[in-house]
Design a protein around this ligand. Structure first.
Ligand code: APR
Length: 322
């Protein structure tokens, strides 16, 4: 087996902790390094008692780490990492859109990706911190400035949109969710999320049902934000989605051909980044699969989405360059 080191940045958070737990349980992970500005020595000490083969460390910016070693910090967390997963940042409160998080999270992602450029320039970087439509372009621009950008290795995690679409359509059809795999394209916020339900074999909807399930997929995150009543946004389902995405990347690194949707640099549309069906290999994106025909209903959403998606991408690009 190949050694695979996964670094989780923001590992003490609502997403970061369950994500770290799932990575500790994953047979694909041999080394897990947890980083946050608070709490990671505790998270790592706690997870270290789980009897799986992966080793685990927890670091604060500097010099504290568990177990005590070197200087702790971002450098030790990232050195040798194959995959870096980033859920660091602040979550949404009721009434907020993902875009409202921009001012805080943009700077956090910039700093952390600067660390990646320095300490693990060959790693794959999977970004969860919202707004993903802007934070992925931020990561790309930071890496470009450092001369380290590889478009095949920087992704926004949109897997939760796929999870939600699969769950909702399986409930509608009365089938096991593991038997459906909805392609979800576009971006990762509100109307930029476009689930392609017309491609689900055997799914039948009235116009009204299709509208309902599409909008529920786009705004599923709001259901969680409302139910948590001020305590934040999706953490457990997002951790699950981030773990599935990460584990798939590790399988791809090991030589399996993996197809999954991700928000990547893409020429499927005239937006520079687009959540696309992607074939992954050991060096990241191997091929972006064609978008294919959209139904008339999907085309309507596509046209509505594009200006908003392009704006959010531009906001990220401008943050780094202006
Ligand atoms: N470096 C490392 N970690 C950081 C930094 C930083 N500069 N800034 C904040 N963090 C950590 C926090 O200390 C916290 O532990 O990120 C973690 C975020 O956890 P929560 O506040 O619980 O937020 P969470 O619900 O996990 O969401 C995080 O993911 O889906 C997105 O929209 C969500 O952008 C939000 C992010």
């Amino acid at each position: 087996a190949v050694d695979a080191k996964v670094a989780v940045l923001g590992a003490a958070g609502g997403i970061g902790q369950p994500l770290s737990l799932l990575c500790k349980l994953s047979p694909e992970v041999t080394e897990l390094s947890c980083y946050d500005i608070v709490g990671t020595p505790g998270v790592a000490a706690d997870l270290s008692h789980i009897p799986t083969k992966s080793s685990i460390t927890g670091s604060l910016p500097s010099p504290v780490s568990w177990p005590p070693r070197g200087n702790g910090g971002l450098a030790e967390t990232l050195t040798g990492a194959d995959v870096v997963v980033i859920p660091a940042g602040v979550p949404r409160k009721p009434g907020m859109t993902r875009d409202d998080l921009f001012n805080t999270n943009a700077g956090i992602v910039k700093t952390l990706v600067e660390g990646c450029a320095e300490y693990c320039p060959d790693a794959m970087i999977a970004i969860i911190s919202n707004p993903v439509n802007s934070t992925v372009p931020i990561a790309a621009e930071v890496l470009k400035k450092a001369g380290k950008y590889n478009p095949n290795k920087v992704f926004g995690v949109t897997t939760l949109d796929v999870c939600r679409a699969n769950t909702f359509v399986a409930n509608h059809m009365g089938v096991d969710p593991k038997d459906v795999d909805v392609t979800v394209v576009g971006g990762h916020a509100g109307i930029t999320i476009l689930p392609l339900f017309s491609r689900v074999n055997g799914a039948k909807f009235t116009d009204e049902e299709l509208e309902k399930i599409t909008v529920r997929t786009q705004f599923g995150g709001d259901e969680v934000v409302a139910a948590k009543a001020g305590a934040g946004s999706a953490t457990l389902s997002m951790a699950y989605a981030g773990y599935i995405f990460t584990e798939n990347l590790l399988k791809a690194i090991r030589g399996e051909d993996i197809v999954q949707c991700a928000f990547v640099e893409s020429n499927l549309t005239d937006a520079p980044y687009f959540a696309s069906p992607v074939k992954f290999g050991k060096d990241g994106v191997k091929e972006i699969l064609p978008l294919g025909e959209l139904s008339a209903y999907e085309k309507k959403w596509f046209d509505k989405m594009m200006p908003e998606l392009k704006n959010q991408i531009k906001k990220g690009v401008d943050f780094v360059n202006n």
